[in-house]
Design a protein around this ligand. Structure first.
Ligand code: BGC
Length: 756
């Protein structure tokens, strides 16, 4: 059981802020930070937050100079109505973890059962001792619902007067930090309370955002389980307060049921809908919610879990990452996975390429139905991407925004934002991966083909033929320390693949379904141009070093003076002007190395090995999206120890707060990267048109490692050990795959053992 829980006893303010992210709970719709319900002490900082995926306001982007095509507005995920507050008074003295005498304090995140528990023994200044257990659960069963339970047990012989106060507060604002580009610098208060009322035993607070005019309703009800108590409530123009008082000599419990609805998903009848859902949930006992939650999680873990023997802390770290991925994944038509999930306000709740390249593969290969929803959401932004392409000056095609919630570009800094055109190819890549993994022809016909063709149009309109080669100028690759360059290798290979597949989509559809081709007006000539651009794509290669240069000029620049850069000057982006960084060979994150992972067949193994050695020396990993890629590629190159070192940096990045900013939210792409590093790295999994393959390479530190992958209706369990790999087909009848060059066919429940 141990390795299913994360435990903590710290009450240090800095660590509490980090813990608010680590102990956050979510279900893809609601996200609640791990705040203490009863509050903190004066002078302490807390980022108290509840978020609804995609629930945002619109703010103006202020520029000194606003040039043509710069976005004027952006979206911002909002902190919504705060329903977390539960206060307790014992014989008139308010309970707080920061005064009185605290013993046996422990906070536990249970990832198998999906709740957070705090248990503590507290002695008030007057000497009364109580045992308190609080539990919080954000439901996967009913996405609009979350609940808090407190049980209080007097441990002194005389009865105690207890007062439980529950509050709902609509007067909320976001957190801001003007000194950190990764956190919003202003616009913190973006919604107002529009209604507070009581309705048949429940309460409703309504808020409306200033600019987007979205509405959110929060319906709550509370119950106090004891024979005899007094109850009162008050409403004001900001929220609700309910008070229960009783004299107790035995354990009592208090339960708060909370439901959110909003106009993005529930239409205009948010209040009615919230009350309806609350009425269904509020009478369900807390233990029943726990049971439902565990059932839903069992379903998730059945294919998503990864076990590693020989390292308990690592095992926890991996489950922690997978659990938070699940908690963050939007599963409706308006939401996706934000860079920080639903655990904090960093990056303002925006969706980036992080989803498609780092997080989607885990869902795709363990729960493809969840991946499908994420892709459908991205597909729903296609029209905005078409508009954006026009705004930026393209005649046609779809340019997906670098960061967004509703589909419009929200990046105010175009060199490391809009210029990252590769996001359009990354999205196309994920639709291709979906096709390869699921073989879902209907999906391909209805969604993927359109994305592929519209993004192919973008590439043709962005690049140009020069001396027989197709080139792409003035874009930024993944590495944000090198901006606006010609022929970024990553962008060019990804665009090449995108173009090739657009032509394939055209050929595939033209034989049996013309509707999309007609709708988009694609001709044989246009498809032939895609093919030609792909075939003649210029992929920079440096003969002298035998590597792919990151772009046309990268290798001509001076190498950054790493030796004389003080360690406290990292991340460099917080200490150097971007232009300084752009002038040097210094990478924030994997760029060419990532291209070598995603499309490994575009370079030979020697080139990949040399590139790895070269770029490793100039990469700072200031982005958390970097280590996992180096880990995967080190594993591919047989440098398993190296792969392990990098892997260890991804696996517990948030748990150990190694980037120092976990308080602003978890690094979701890195969490997805952990899964990638195990499955694609140590497991050597690849999915190509030729099929599924494995190339296991177990780190010597592990006794074994087991994971599952879904492929075309089958699920195979893979058990890696030092001397052998055992494949068991746990779903499906027959699956052919490749193990380090050897063809294998597994049949249902039949165990295939390959010795190394
Ligand atoms: C990285 C980007 C990433 C973004 C959001 C930046 O620091 O450089 O690649 O998309 O964070 O996670």
């Amino acid at each position: 059981m141990e390795s299913w829980t994360i435990e903590n006893t710290s009450l240090n303010n800095q660590e509490l802020l980090t813990n608010e992210s680590l102990f956050s709970l979510g279900n893809g719709y609601i996200g609640v930070r791990g705040n203490f319900e009863e509050g903190y002490q004066e002078g302490m900082t807390s980022i108290r937050g509840t978020y609804l995926n995609a629930f945002h306001d619109i703010t103006d982007i202020e520029y000194g100079e606003k040039l043509h095509g710069f976005p004027g507005k952006q979206q911002k995920l909002l902190n919504v109505i705060d329903a977390q507050t539960v206060e307790m008074h014992v014989n008139g003295e308010r309970f707080s973890l920061f005064h009185g005498d605290l013993t046996d304090y422990k906070r536990t995140l249970n990832m198998k059962k999906g709740f957070v528990e705090r248990s503590m023994k507290w002695k008030s200044n007057q000497g009364d001792v109580v045992k308190i257990t609080s539990r919080k659960l954000v439901s996967f069963h009913t996405r609009e619902f979350y609940t808090i339970e407190w049980t209080v047990e007097p441990l002194t012989s005389r009865p105690v007067d207890i007062k439980m106060v529950s509050r709902v507060n609509g007067d909320v604002a976001n957190f801001s930090d003007p000194n950190d580009p990764r956190v919003a610098s202003g616009h913190s208060k973006r919604s107002k309370v529009t209604g507070v009322k009581e309705a048949n035993g429940c309460f409703v607070v309504e808020n409306e955002t200033y600019e987007s005019c979205l509405k959110v309703a929060c319906a709550t009800s509370t119950s106090f389980y004891f024979d005899k108590y007094d109850y009162d409530f008050t409403l004001d123009n900001k929220g609700i307060e309910e008070v229960y008082t009783a004299t107790i000599n035995e354990p009592v419990s208090f339960v708060k049921s909370i439901v959110y609805t909003d106009t993005l998903r529930h239409g205009e009848q948010t209040v009615e809908k919230a009350i309806e859902i609350l009425n269904e949930e509020r009478h369900v006992p807390f233990y029943e919610h726990l049971k439902r939650q565990e059932n839903d999680l069992n379903q998730f873990w059945s294919t998503a879990d990864i076990t590693i023997s020989g390292d308990e802390e690592l095992q926890k770290g991996i489950r922690f990452n997978l659990f938070h991925l699940l908690q963050s994944a939007g599963q409706d038509e308006v939401s996706n996975i934000a860079a920080k999930g639903l655990s904090g306000e960093g990056y303002e709740g925006h969706y980036f390429w992080d989803t498609e390249i780092y997080m989607l593969p885990m869902f795709l290969m363990t729960h493809p139905e969840m991946a499908k929803k994420l892709l459908l959401h991205r597909y729903s932004l296609l029209d905005s991407a078409r508009e954006r392409a026009k705004e930026v000056g393209h005649k046609e095609g779809a340019l997906f925004p670098w960061r967004t919630i509703t589909g419009t570009e929200c990046s105010a800094f175009f060199p490391a934002g809009t210029a990252q055109y590769h996001i359009s190819a990354d999205i196309a890549y994920s639709f291709i991966q979906y096709d390869l993994v699921t073989g879902d022809e209907q999906f391909f016909k209805e969604y993927s083909a359109e994305v592929l063709m519209e993004t192919a149009r973008l590439w043709l309109d962005t690049g140009h033929f020069y001396k027989g080669e197709f080139r792409i100028d003035n874009v930024t690759g993944p590495d944000e320390y090198t901006c606006i360059v010609n022929n970024n290798f990553f962008t060019n290979v990804m665009a090449q693949y995108n173009l090739e597949w657009a032509k394939k989509a055209f050929d595939r559809l033209k034989d049996y379904d013309h509707s999309l081709i007609e709708k988009l007006g694609v001709t044989e000539e246009e498809a032939a141009r895609w093919e030609k651009a792909a075939r003649t794509m210029y992929l920079p290669y440096d003969e002298e070093r035998g590597i792919n240069p990151q772009d046309d000029t990268f290798l001509q620049k001076a190498v950054w003076d790493f030796e004389n850069t003080p360690s406290d000057h990292y991340p460099l982006l917080l200490n150097y002007h971007p232009l300084t960084l752009y002038r040097y060979q210094v990478c924030k994150q994997a760029d060419t190395i990532l291209a070598h992972f995603l499309l490994e067949d575009t370079a030979d193994e020697e080139t990949i090995a040399r590139s790895y050695d070269y770029y490793e020396k100039v990469t700072t990993h200031d982005s958390s999206l970097s280590y996992c890629v180096f880990s995967i590629m080190a594993a591919k190159l047989g440098k398993v120890d190296k792969a392990y070192d990098y892997f260890m940096k991804t696996a517990r990045l948030d748990l150990d707060n190694t980037h120092g900013n976990t308080k602003d939210g978890l690094h979701m792409a890195n969490m997805g990267g952990t899964w990638l590093a195990i499955v694609f790295g140590f497991g050597g999994v690849r999915v190509k048109e030729s099929g599924l393959s494995f190339a296991p390479n177990l780190p010597k530190e592990w006794g074994g490692c087991t994971f599952h992958v879904y492929y075309q209706g089958n699920v195979v369990q893979v058990e890696m050990e030092e001397a052998k790999t055992v494949y068991t087909l746990v779903q499906g009848n027959q699956l052919a795959f490749n193990h380090k060059g050897q063809s294998i066919t597994a049949t249902k429940d039949c165990v295939v053992t390959v010795t190394h």
